[in-house]
Ligand binder design. Structure first.
Ligand code: NCD
Length: 305
């Protein structure tokens, strides 16, 4: 049976440690890994828009010496003719060695994995999970803060539909001394199933509406965009889209070593003037996404040892 990645919890903390050390080695000596995947193919099946995730997967495979194939728009695939995800993945299994799939429906990646004879990576399923963004986020935190334990993280924006937030909370719930502060308007609060999980595990969290009030307490601020495509009506989106805008003035309230992360794309929630602040690490974060996906591809293909 191939090994898949659907949720960050599919890897144990020890496996994640190994993955992050591999990613760190790749960052240091990329040339050592330049032919590890010679002759291997990655399929990227993207039924939803993407820039970073798809291209960082493709860059990762190319950096390892492999090749890539796939589609970036459901309209140009046989989905447009009514083909099911399970049929598509059966066929892709004959063409490629590993597949990354993004789909607007929650659970689509799980369906694909259940029918696939090659490793399947969930590259985002609706508003549910986005485990490779989480691997990226964790590697960024570990590389820049040195540790995945003992910090206060503020997650700000669309915590209801933001799948990167859901996956990151899941993943961080296994480390110790993490305090979560959820910053959102009431309409975009973290789903109950996640806060229930935190309560069950005895993990502390706070829910607030005003970013300024908690800014001085944060070691990490994880900003997110309001997920327009998951709203039921445009009016609600328009009302909420500019609820948070991180500005230079707000950054003055933060600790001198607080990190600002964002999975990107950014819309208006971080003013461009913040980009020059050394604490703004979201573009560096996108670079870590390539190293961690290289490590992940190697691991799922059994080439990491
Ligand atoms: C995220 C996603 O697709 O969920 N983007 C990404 O993969 N980096 C975040 C978002 O779209 O807001």
């Amino acid at each position: 049976m191939p090994r898949h990645l659907m949720n960050p919890l599919d890897f144990s903390v020890e496996e994640l440690d190994r993955l992050f050390s591999l990613a760190a080695n790749i960052e240091k000596e990329p040339e050592r890994y330049a032919h590890i995947c010679d002759g291997k193919k990655l399929a990227t099946c993207f039924y939803e828009p993407s820039t970073r995730t798809r291209l960082s997967f493709e860059a990762a495979m190319l950096n390892l010496g492999g090749n890539v194939l796939g589609f970036s728009d459901a309209g140009s695939s046989s989905a447009a003719k009514g083909e099911s995800v399970s049929d598509t993945i059966r066929v892709i299994s004959c063409y490629a060695d590993i597949c990354a799939i993004r789909h607007p429906k929650e659970g689509a990646a799980y369906v694909a994995a259940s029918k696939s004879s090659i490793p399947v990576i969930n590259a985002g399923d609706g508003g549910h999970q986005h485990p490779t963004q989480t691997l990226t986020d964790l590697l960024t935190i570990k590389s820049l803060k040195g540790d995945l334990n003992n910090f206060t993280i503020g997650m700000c924006g669309d915590l209801k539909f933001g799948r990167t937030v859901h996956s990151l909370i899941n993943a961080l719930s296994r480390y110790s001394g993490i305090k979560f502060i959820f910053i959102s308007p009431v309409e975009l609060k973290v789903p109950d199933y996640i806060t229930e999980m935190l309560k069950d595990k005895g993990i502390t969290y706070e829910e607030v509406e005003k970013l300024e009030d908690v800014m001085p307490d944060l070691d990490i601020l994880y900003m997110t965009r309001v997920q327009r495509e998951r709203f039921f009506n445009e009016e609600d989106y328009v009302r909420l889209k500019n609820f948070y805008i991180l500005t230079k003035e707000k950054m003055e309230l933060a600790k001198p070593d607080m990190l600002v992360l964002h999975p990107l794309p950014r819309v208006n929630e971080i003013s461009v003037e913040v980009d020059d602040d050394p604490r703004a690490v979201y573009f560096k974060q996108a670079q870590y996404g390539v190293y961690v996906r290289m490590a992940l591809i190697m691991t799922l293909l059994g080439l990491a040892d």
